[in-house]
Design a protein around this ligand. Structure first.
Ligand SMILES: *Cc1c(COP(=O)(O)O)cnc(C)c1O
Length: 432
């Protein structure tokens, strides 16, 4: 299969090159030049998540240097479960995507990308340095996934004092080939410094650099796997489709569900839940697509004012009218997030992170409208990652999952860095 830019459907690239590059040279996003058509019966002999992922992704890897390694990549990246669990309310489920090393769904994409790049780097003379600016979850997932991968290094930049103590600890606890810097500035400064470094040809020739942000194909494609596994598990029970509500920021997770459905997996309706950053709800309600600066909310990993994968959604549905008929997007403000976390615990003993709570609230609204069917809310993070929000609302501590506890027990260290391009340039050139 070949990959083309959303801005230029003519010039084709192979999968490995598209994964290594991140962004297409014209600034567009890589998309497959055709989508495979699969039926549930094509997965009849696949029972585990890695087996389902391998069958689903085979056509996307066909003809590429990584094709032969695909089963091993899937086994290595998806070595933790993604269970579909019943909620207390009838015909409602939760798809738990937080059983990976950093307790958020980004572990799936980050680990798959790392497994791909480690193989592509095998014969490289010089290490490839993955640069990430993070406001929390992405940096931890990428650091965990690339930790001790030969031929690869990670440089994480986070805004000093603007991530939670638990997040700062996770970012700084790896060491070895992971270099963590606390930047004297805001997240936007970190992002600007990363962009500048990635675009600096002289720096790139001295220190080969790549990124691992949510537009990377190496993160997007594997995320289809858990939607395939959940919808097939549901299909195998009674031949019904599974409807989903997905907490959405940059649209990476939701786009994976949309692609999985387009490939023929038994998913039904797909509804997007956002926080108070309501660019998508406004568009799907008939307004213009109007990206703007983000506002801070309790579901901070979804604080996005210009969803980076929107361009891929428009590639898949070039007609806005059709796109608006296919999906709904519903915004949930901080008061509703708080109320949902408190009420679900009080009434049902269920504990959700603030991101998952947006989807739970949206599903409650759909049920109140009389919407039928079997629905899964997608849980993007474990509530223990957001203890400072969740614990006061439920009036008790949240138990920390073992993988996260192991990280929090390691000593953590981050080097201070000035919020300017020259400081990052010096740090990168000085890496051992
Ligand atoms: C990144 C993230 C999201 C948003 O995912 P997108 O792919 O950007 O839409 C939601 N919840 C959590 C916990 C996240 O880390």
């Amino acid at each position: 299969m070949n990959y083309v830019s959303t801005r230029n459907p003519v010039s084709a690239t192979g999968l490995s090159a598209a994964i290594a590059a991140g962004l297409a040279p014209d600034g567009g996003l890589y998309v497959p030049d055709a989508l495979p058509r699969l039926a549930p019966a094509d997965f009849d002999d696949c029972t585990t998540l890695p087996a389902i992922a391998t069958r689903l992704l085979e056509p996307f890897f066909a003809g590429d240097a990584l094709a032969a390694a695909l089963p091993a990549i899937c086994a290595e990246a998806f070595d933790f479960p993604a269970p579909l669990v019943a909620l207390a309310t009838p015909r409602d489920y939760v798809l738990e995507l937080f059983h990976g090393p950093t307790a958020a769904f980004k572990d799936f994409g980050a680990r798959f990308l790392a497994a791909c790049l480690a193989r592509l780097q095998r014969d490289a003379r010089r290490p490839l340095t993955i640069l990430v600016a993070t406001s929390g979850d992405t940096g931890a997932a990428v650091a965990a996934a690339f930790h001790r991968q030969p031929g690869l290094r990670v440089v994480v930049l986070y805004p000093d004092g603007r991530v939670s103590p638990r997040q700062a600890h996770q970012l700084g606890c790896f060491g070895d080939n992971v270099h963590t810097y606390k930047v004297a500035g805001a997240f936007d400064d970190c992002q600007r410094m990363v962009k500048h470094a990635l675009g600096d040809a002289s720096l790139q020739s001295a220190v080969p650099l790549s990124s691992a942000n949510s537009i990377s194909l190496g993160r997007l494609l594997p995320q289809m796997s858990y939607y395939a596994a959940a919808s097939l598990a549901h299909w195998r029970k009674d031949r019904g489709v599974l409807d989903v509500v997905i907490p959405t920021g940059n649209l990476g997770n939701a786009l994976a569900a949309i692609l999985a459905r387009a490939c023929g997996l038994p998913l039904g309706r797909i509804v997007l839940a956002t926080n108070a950053n309501d660019v998508l709800p406004q568009f799907f309600d008939g307004g213009d697509y109007a990206p703007r600066a983000s506002v801070a909310t309790l579901a901070n990993a979804m604080d996005v004012g210009a969803p980076s994968n929107f361009e891929r959604l428009r590639w898949l549905y070039p007609d806005d009218g059709r796109l608006r008929r296919e999906f709904r997007a519903i915004g949930v403000d901080d008061d509703a997030i708080r109320a949902t976390i408190a009420r679900r615990y009080r009434d049902h003993g269920e504990v959700f992170c603030p991101h998952t709570a947006t989807a739970v609230r949206v599903l409650e609204g759909l049920r109140a409208e009389g919407v039928q069917g079997d629905w899964a809310v997608v849980s993007t993070a474990h509530p223990a990652k957001f203890d400072s929000v969740v614990e006061p609302l439920i009036g008790r501590g949240v138990e920390i999952p073992p993988s996260l506890a192991a990280l929090l027990e390691r000593p953590a260290h981050a080097q201070p860095l000035a919020a300017d391009d020259a400081a990052l340039d010096t740090a990168l050139r000085g890496l051992q």
